[in-house]
Design a protein. Sequence first.
Length: 138
Amino acid sequence: MNEEKALRDRGIKVTPQRIEILSVLKNTREHPGVDQIYSQVKEIFPAISLATVYNTVELFTQEGLIQEIRLARGFSRYDGSVGSHPHITCLKCGKVEDIEELKVEMLASSVEKSTGYEVLKEEIMYFGYCHECKRLDN
């Protein structure tokens, strides 16, 4: 997707910094925190402030361009893929990964049927230890 078009379609003022922040998130399978996004964008725009990145990420989240993944202790990671999909996070290193094989649409339908609610959004997070952290513990 063209980042500039995505911003224009939502009526968001287009700036090179905003395009780059969105590009960082749309072109990674990682789930970076604001500090990681800031580090990457700062390489291209050395004068950008951390506050600008925070504010931009918040705006993009509100506008549905990215999704926020809230982790323990108030820390958040961000995902450029806004389609419905669950995540798994390592309790040791904090890595977050998508679980694309799990189809959550059927679960949402089941929840609607059993509760009478209309499901608008779901956030499914699994927790465990990644392969690397399990290997280091042995």
